[in-house]
Design a protein around this ligand. Structure first.
Ligand SMILES: [Zn+2]
Length: 168
């Protein structure tokens, strides 16, 4: 058998995987029929003090001339599981606690400029939010990464109070 066609097929598969990986959640969402598995953009599902800081951050960014929007906020356990099965996100994500949001450009989506990403990072820090996760510049969450496990172990009411007390 000639090795050349096989190499061609392998290269094609590689390219398809690369395309799939860079497309982002738009297409991922299209594959999810169940409501609980869809992307949620409802600000009322977020932790109240996180929501207040997030909305202030978005207002500041957009006052600077950017077009920042929340792509995803609260995430159901079902959706988190689906994502992990596809090799993205993590099971114990702050999204599941309403303590994280993914912020992208309305026009450029995940191709937002470096200026956008820098402004997002700065605005997050100004509002006491954590961002700058390696490989995921869009993710913003209520508290630093080292609190993740602790927050997951807390009862919901304790968690709300903890976040509010810590960050106002
Ligand atoms: Zn995220």
């Amino acid at each position: 058998m000639n090795a050349l066609p096989l190499f061609g097929i392998a290269a094609l598969i590689g390219a398809l995987i690369a395309i799939t990986r860079t497309q982002g959640p738009t297409d991922v969402n299209a594959l999810q029929p169940a409501t609980t598995r869809r992307i949620n953009r409802d600000f009322t599902r977020l932790d109240p003090s996180f929501r207040a800081r997030l909305e202030r951050m978005l207002a500041e960014l957009n006052a600077e001339g950017f077009d920042a929007i929340m792509w995803e906020g609260y995430r159901t356990p079902e959706r988190a599981k689906d994502m992990v099965a596809r090799g993205v996100g993590k099971l114990e994500s702050m999204h599941r606690l309403g303590l994280a949001a993914d912020i992208i450009s309305a026009k450029d989506r995940w191709n937002a400029s470096l200026a956008f990403r820098n402004a997002l990072h700065d605005a997050a820090a100004r509002n006491g939010l954590t961002s700058g996760l390696a490989g995921d510049p869009w993710h913003v969450q209520a508290l630093p990464w080292e609190y993740d496990a602790r927050l997951f172990a807390m009862a919901a009411d304790k968690r709300t109070e903890f976040v509010r007390t810590l960050r106002g």
